[in-house]
Design a protein around this ligand. Sequence first.
Ligand SMILES: Nc1ncnc2c1ncn2[C@@H]1O[C@H](COP(=O)(O)OP(=O)(O)OP(=O)(O)O)[C@@H](O)[C@H]1O
Ligand SMILES: [Mg+2]
Length: 175
Amino acid sequence: MTRSPLLVVAMGVSGTGKSSVGTLLAERLGLDFVEGDDYHPESNIEKMREGVALTDEDREPWLQTLTDLAGQRLDGGRSLVLTCSALKRTYRDTLRSGVPEGAAFFLHLHADHDVLSARMAQRTKHFMPTSLLTSQLQTLEPLQDDELGAVVDVEPSIDEVADAAVEAMLVQGVG
Ligand SMILES: Nc1ncnc2c1ncn2[C@@H]1O[C@H](COP(=O)(O)OP(=O)(O)OP(=O)(O)O)[C@@H](O)[C@H]1O
Ligand SMILES: [Mg+2]
């Protein structure tokens, strides 16, 4: 079956597995994978490394860069999995604005604070400190009814989470 190019955003707070699950999902679906964090200006990375939460102003140019990138990929006929925390509805609106109607699917990776902080604590080479998790959880606005996407529980293994993501996309007629 051929379908129009799709933007799958692996979203959620830090430690939910956006990078790990997103990579595997892209592999399974045969899509490009783009790590959204790679597009942060150094000033944003520095802030997060110091445990300072990013503001809307800090995120705006970064989100615009990701939106432009996604738009260009889809225009070129390429589908992709993009990691982006996309915590607020307005951030998701920005990402959606760059692609055709119905072409953005938000995969919200979800787990509670304790599961996530334990996972983050195991990482050694990542700029994100566990202290920022609480502020991210406070900022998070869940998907609303009119947003194409699904919530997947990330307590199971990465493999099982990727399976659940593929299934959730099929159920909604994408992927
Ligand atoms: N389902 C899972 N089961 C066990 N460990 C997991 C699972 N998902 C992710 N992990 C591990 O948890 C840690 C966090 O995952 P990952 O870096 O992919 O999260 P992230 O959402 O990209 O975080 P960030 O927003 O900080 O970049 C990693 O060490 C990863 O290997
Ligand atoms: Mg990541």
